[in-house]
Design a protein around this ligand. Structure first.
Ligand SMILES: [Zn+2]
Ligand SMILES: [Zn+2]
Length: 429
């Protein structure tokens, strides 16, 4: 049994392909890429881009512990609907993923319930308490692709140094949520003109930049691999660039909401505009976009962070941090970056496939003959309106409800199986 994806425009960043090309799939693998291929079944991709299944190295699927927000099953359906076939799940669940047994639990739930590929990260310290270092060698042996205390940073520089040393020894990257928590002060949004106007305690940009700088210095000291998550400020980008230029093994990501929105979105007291790090100001948004375009930023990640409507439907100051991201990520990249001409569509695909995959050394984000048929098919010119009620996630917390986006995901295939088809709704394999 073979399937052929016909009449599409293939974009395969790692091989530098951007051309009209068919893809033939056999036994879940790419059998051939070329012109005029035939198969038993045909998927018509006329007018569409065909590319490797998207890769997101920063998502929160909330299982175990917070299954009313999201599960590995529901999160993977949301991912498939967004064109993703591989995601890296963060470890701040309850309990945290800080030992081999918990990591195997995630692997088992992924095997049993996920329709895409789940590559779990483990915590860097036990219980994310920032004190005792986890058994990273054991965690890696059962499949951890990175260590991270995402959700917070490691306050002690001494512990951070040991984490880098151990992670480097077992060759795992550290994914850093950069935040000097001692500057938190009940902050709920960016500290600036809008926070003063609204009377909401602010989160200063320095809080993030101090930790990017500290972590980068310690990565330089130890030679370890550092990936800076969700960079939001112009100065944060400058620090990333300085350490890259110094030859430090550092990479950085930006989320679609941080390059799309400013803290003006908070003016309506909308809790769906509340996340950590927070939405910043126009000069920061401009700097993020420039850094994406010039290659300083290595990849786009969503920080998909579901919270239930009940949790978000409270006063702004009380609401939890975080928003959904998987189903709107490609649309925001195409609408905000490609359509205005800031980056090419090939660059956009790279930022969401091979680039994030390369940071963690995942076997994902590429299409080659003999490799897994993990594929996204999207119409880059089709417009659609974000309807939170129709999200495949269990949560609804997006600030983009009602927004028109370009770039509609038509079909997502994982190991050659259709795991999402726009016209047929979501299927779980
Ligand atoms: Zn974070
Ligand atoms: Zn996160």
């Amino acid at each position: 049994m073979t399937t052929v994806i016909k009449h599409g425009h293939l974009i395969e960043p790692s091989a530098g392909i951007s051309a009209p090309m068919d893809v033939l799939i056999e036994d879940g693998r790419v059998a051939k890429m070329g012109e005029n291929l035939e198969g038993d079944e045909t998927i018509d991709a006329a007018g569409c881009v065909v590319c490797p299944g998207l890769v997101d190295i920063h998502v929160h699927f909330r299982e175990p512990g917070f299954e009313s927000k999201e599960t590995i099953a529901s999160g993977s359906r949301a991912a498939a609907a967004g064109g993703f076939t591989t995601v890296v799940t963060m470890a701040n669940t309850n309990p945290t993923i800080d030992n081999a047994g918990m990591l195997e639990f995630v692997n088992r739930r992924a095997r049993e319930t996920a329709c895409i590929k789940i590559r779990p990260a483990a915590t860097a310290t036990k219980g994310m308490m920032g004190e005792e270092i986890t058994e990273m060698a054991e965690l890696k042996a059962v499949g951890a692709v990175a260590v991270t205390d995402d959700g917070k940073d490691i306050p002690s520089s001494w512990v951070m140094r040991r984490v880098f040393e151990y992670a480097n020894m077992v060759d795992l990257p550290y994914l850093a949520h950069c935040e000097d928590h001692s500057l938190m002060d009940n902050g709920a949004m960016n500290e600036g003109y809008n926070s003063t106007r609204l009377g909401i305690p602010g989160l200063p940009k320095a809080m993030e930049e101090i930790m990017i700088e500290r972590n980068a210095r310690l990565a330089e000291l130890t030679g370890a691999r550092l990936h800076v998550q969700h960079i939001t400020t112009a100065r944060g980008i400058e620090i990333l660039k300085i350490y890259k230029d110094r030859g430090v093994r550092i990479t950085g990501e930006v989320t679609p909401h941080h390059f799309t929105l400013t803290d003006d979105a908070v003016l309506e007291f909308d809790a769906d505009a509340k996340m950590n790090p927070p939405l910043r100001e126009q000069e920061d948004v401009d700097a993020l976009k420039r850094a994406i375009a010039d290659g300083t930023v290595d990849c786009i990640s969503t920080d998909h962070a579901p919270h239930t409507p009940t949790e978000k439907d409270v006063e702004f100051a009380e609401a939890p941090f975080g928003i959904l991201g998987l189903e709107t990520s490609l649309g925001l990249v195409l609408t905000e970056l490609v359509e205005p001409g800031l980056i090419t569509i090939e660059h956009a695909v790279k930022l969401m496939t091979s680039a994030p995959s390369d940071i963690l050394g995942l076997e994902a984000g590429v299409l080659r003959e003999g490799g897994p048929a993990d594929i996204a098919i999207f119409d880059p010119k089709a417009e659609w309106v974000v309807e939170p009620a129709r999200s495949a996630s269990l949560s609804r917390n997006t600030p983009f409800g009602g927004k028109t986006l370009m770039g509609l995901v038509k079909t997502t295939l994982c190991d050659g199986e259709v795991v999402y088809a726009h016209d047929a709704g979501v299927r779980v394999c």
